[in-house]
Ligand binder design. Structure first.
Ligand SMILES: [Fe+2]
Ligand SMILES: [Fe+2]
Length: 259
């Protein structure tokens, strides 16, 4: 089976490029399941229920989130209601929503998806993502061998470490959050597909999706500047992971960039 994973959708340009290219990608790669990180889907920061609905209606099966999960408070009750959108699993107990989910493809294949948040250089004091993974796999691995992890983190080392830690226990680990695609996609020694960062679905003539002039001014002056989503050069980045649904082992990971 083929699983499409798309990086952080940024604002209206990100949602538009998703709508534009998703049908053709699904057809070309015979996609069975689509996972999209939606943490920046609404004006570049957080996600509103209407934009989650919009992404589901475009054919997205699972939305993962990240450190921007609470930027739009309206999403909190939605996370409790809808099983196909998940926030990082390693938030402390009591956070709205869930950190993992199991969905079924049209062919009846069960796929587990887990969202984790890194701790290095991140603003939240979350629980250990490595221990959180162990805990979730205790039950999830009994249900299905096909499991994909979104490791939303700042540093390459924390994401690479997660890939090796999960190697052989899940089908794929992809990184998100930096919005810049890395060129290190590979299938690890025990059959786990891995990439350090998917890159974003958003405007690439920008600084990670935001208006470049405003970000430059912030670096030059250290004064606060209101961020706004950039407009041009919208491109969708992600990977397609091919998985043996009987064993959960990945055989191939292919990087995508389409505008
Ligand atoms: Fe992001
Ligand atoms: Fe993030």
């Amino acid at each position: 089976m083929n699983i499409l994973c798309i990086g952080d959708v940024v604002g209206r340009p990100g949602r538009d490029v998703l709508a534009k290219v998703l049908p053709a990608i699904k057809q070309e790669y015979a996609i069975d399941l689509t996972i999209v990180n939606g943490e920046n889907a609404s004006s570049g920061s957080g996600i509103l229920p209407k934009h989650a609905d919009e992404m589901f209606s475009l054919g997205v099966d699972v939305i993962t989130l990240g450190d921007h999960v609470w930027d739009k408070k309206e999403i909190m009750p939605y996370l409790d209601q809808k099983a196909e959108i998940i926030r990082p699993a390693n938030f402390p107990d009591g956070a709205p929503g869930r950190g993992s989910t199991i969905v079924e493809t049209r062919q009846g294949i069960k796929v587990g998806v887990i969202s984790l948040l890194g701790r290095s250089f991140m603003k939240y004091n979350v629980l250990c993502p490595f221990k959180a993974l162990d805990q979730i796999l205790l039950e999830m691995s009994l249900v299905t061998p096909v499991i994909i992890v979104d490791m939303h983190a700042e540093t390459t080392s924390e994401k690479v470490a997660m890939g090796h830690y999960a190697n052989g226990r899940v089908s794929g680990v992809f990184g998100t959050h930096t919005h810049i695609q890395t060129a290190d996609e590979k299938v690890l020694s025990k059959g786990t597909a891995y990439i350090t960062d998917l890159g974003m679905a958003g405007p690439y003539d920008s600084v990670i999706g935001q208006n470049k002039e405003k970000i430059i001014q912030r670096f030059l002056t250290s004064l606060p500047h209101k961020f706004e989503v950039a407009e041009s050069n919208a491109t969708l980045c992600g990977v397609v992971i091919s998985v043996d649904e009987k064993t959960g082992r990945a055989s191939r990971i292919v990087r995508l960039q389409q505008g």
